[in-house]
Design a protein around this ligand. Sequence first.
Ligand code: BDR
Ligand code: CA
Length: 310
Amino acid sequence: PVRFVLDCDTGSDDAVAILAAAGHPGLDLVAVTTVNGNLAVGHVTDHTLRALDLAGLDVPVYEGAARPLARPDLPVPRAVLNKDSEFHQHGLGLPEAVSAKREGHAVPFLVECFMDDANADVALVAVGPLTNVALALALEPRLAERIPRLVVMGGAHGNGNVTAAAEFNFWADPEAAEAVLSAGLREVVIVPLDATHSAPLTAEDCAAFEGTAIGAAAAGLIRHRLATDQAARASAAAPVHDPMCVAHLVRPDLFTTAVEAFASVETAGARTLGQLLVDTRPWRAEPANATVALRASPAVYREFLREAFA
Ligand code: BDR
Ligand code: CA
């Protein structure tokens, strides 16, 4: 199985990623780190533990950054964003956790984990704001050569979801996203909204997942997205972003269109803060630093999830 560490801000789609990781025979989740994002980090950690307990996964959870890298808070406070606080403040509808987070902070854990030769094959999957990853790289720049592969959910080549230009994870900590993309990592795969919106899930998918306990829990979370997501209201299908990064680890055929590019993140624009720039110009000055997925196969995504929840 593919071993990986998940850095997340759980979040209903983050929780589905955890459940899918637990269920899929090709995946081995070795640890989880949590970060400020969808919710304050304390809630994020609680939701993460709930999802792991429900999945029967006993893996270490380390709580991480409570604030963005260079800002006192998100660019617009969470209270002003249209996040579904009722659902989010009540554990995502998941049973209360019995397990507890580990002592110690996520950032030194990430450094120790990826500096350990025994973990040379462990991928890092980051599906929240990139604060922890940026801090770990600042603490130990050699991580850029040690992490074999970073898969990131973030950004949008077309429209964003928080603003016309920006997707939530990159917008929530633009300085961290830019620091990570410019750190010289060995292999970076960016999974922006273009990819996640190209393979949305439906009520029919939820019914297909429901045969197992973790599948039923995932179906509940996806149904909530179907009822509340802005994109789902228009089309009866909801993008379920974060599990796509996990799926990519075992299904390299998931992305049907991807480009090699110099990817960077806007940290100063009044209207474009957090925007992902995907520079594919052959004459640009910088070498490519990422593979950016632009389209996913709905059939492959469904197959991955069905296998995970079977
Ligand atoms: C991303 O933002 C969060 O709300 C989701 O969990 C996902 O990681 C999508 O923009
Ligand atoms: Ca997330």
